[in-house]
Design a protein around this ligand. Sequence first.
Ligand SMILES: O=P(O)(O)OC[C@H]1O[C@](O)(CO)[C@@H](O)[C@@H]1O
Ligand SMILES: [Mn+2]
Length: 445
Amino acid sequence: MALPPPLSAKDEKSFAYETIKDRLPLIVTRIVDFLARHRTNFAKQYGEVTENECKSCISAMDKLRYEIARDKPILLLNDNHTDDIHIWNEYLQKEMDQGKVISWFQSNWLLVECYMYRKIAEAFNLTAHLQHVDPFIEMKQHTFYSSVQAIDVVLAQLNIDIEQTTDPVNNKSTIEQQFYNYMEISLWGNQCDLSLSGGANRSQEHDPFHQITELKTHILINHETSLFNYLYDQQAYLLNFDVCIDFVLDNAGFELLTDLCFADFLISKRLCSRITLHLKCFPWFVSDATKTDFDWLLEQLSNSSSNSVWQIASKRWQQHIQNGQWIIQTHRFFTLPYDYSYMQQISSELYCTMSQSKLIIFKGDLNYRKLVGDLRWPLNERFETALRGFQPTSFVVLRTCKADVQVDIDLKVGQEITKIDPRWMVNGKWAVIQAFFKKQTEKDI
Ligand SMILES: O=P(O)(O)OC[C@H]1O[C@](O)(CO)[C@@H](O)[C@@H]1O
Ligand SMILES: [Mn+2]
C-alpha cells in the first residue's frame, strides 16, 4: 500500500510550517535568554570556565536559529561520547545517501523537530560543566507552581477515593466513574504542554473535576468504557495476577501530576499490579518530563510540611516505588527520530518488554504523531492501518490534538467540527481517548 506523504513545512498552510517558522526559533531564543541570565550563577557554581561554556552554547543557539530561518541543510551530530549518536547519524546518513538534502522547511516535520531538541542537547553535551543543565527547567517548574490550586483539588479527592475501602466487586460503578475521572483529568492535563506556546506558561487554574464535565463533548473519540472493562475483567483485583501497564509519559509539571494520580488510582484499585513509567533521557519538546523532573515533583510534594494532602499522596507514591509497583525507566528510543513502527527493529528489547504488558498508555500529541508516522492520512483512515504494523500489545493514546493529523473520524463529523472550530486539529481544545485492542492469537492464550 502506498503511504501518504509525511507532514512537512513544505506546505505553507500547514501547522508544521507555522511551527518551524515561528515557534521553534522562539524556543531557541528562550534558551539564549536562560543562559544569559544564569551565566554568572553557573560561573560561581562550576568555576570561571563555565562563562565560556555559556558563550559557546549561546553561539550554538544563534547558529541554530539562523539555520532554521534560512532553511539550511541539517548536518550529522558531533557529540561523540553520547550513546545515541550512532543511531541518529545512521538515520541522517541514510537519508543523505539517498541523495536527499535534509532541511528545516523541506523535510519531514517529525524528523526536523526531533533533531532540533537533539541539536540543543548536543550544544550542552559538548561542554564539561553544563551537560546536566536543563534549559527548560524554569518553565517546567513554573507550570507546576502556577497550578497549585488545581493540584490541591485533585490530590485531596484522590486521597479520599483511594482511602475509601470499596470492595471492587460490589462497587464496580463507583470505581468505573472514578476511573473515567482520573483518565480524563490526565487527558486534559495534556493541554499544559509548553512547546505549543513556545514556552509561555500554560497553567491549570480551574477545578479539574468541573472541567472534565464541561469538556466531555470535546472528546472526539472516546474508548474509555472499553478500556475500563478490559482492565476490570482481567480481575487483577481478585487474584494475585501480575498485570503490567506501560505508561509512556509526556509533559512535566501539572500534566505529570495528573498522570501519576491516574497511575496511583490504577495500582491502588488493583486494576493492574505494576506500572512502568517511561520518562525522557534528556530535555525534549520543551516540557517533556525527565527523571530529574519526576524526582523534583515528588520532592515538592513531600517537602510541603504545611500541606498534608500533598504529603499523604507523596508517601503513597514513594511506597509504590519502594515496593516495585512503579518502575521508573528512561529509554533512548523515545528521543530518537523514529516513529513507533520502527521500535521492533531499532529497540527490540523495549518492544519485547512492552509486548508483555496488558496495556500501554501513551500520553500526548507527539506520541500520537509517532504512532501514525506523522503522515497525511485521510481523516477517516482506520487507526490500525495508520499504525503500519505497530501492535506490541493493546494500547491507548490520551491526546489533546495539537498537530494536523488524525484518523478514525467520519468525514462528515470532521466537517461539522471544522464549522464549529476551524483550528480544532491544532489548538489543543479537542481530544481523543483512542484505543487499539490487539486481537489475541493462539500463542497469547
Ligand atoms: O507534549 P505533546 O502533547 O506531545 O505536544 C507536543 C506538541 O508540540 C508541537 O510540536 C508543537 O510544537 C506539537 O505539534 C507536538 O506534537
Ligand atoms: Mn510533550
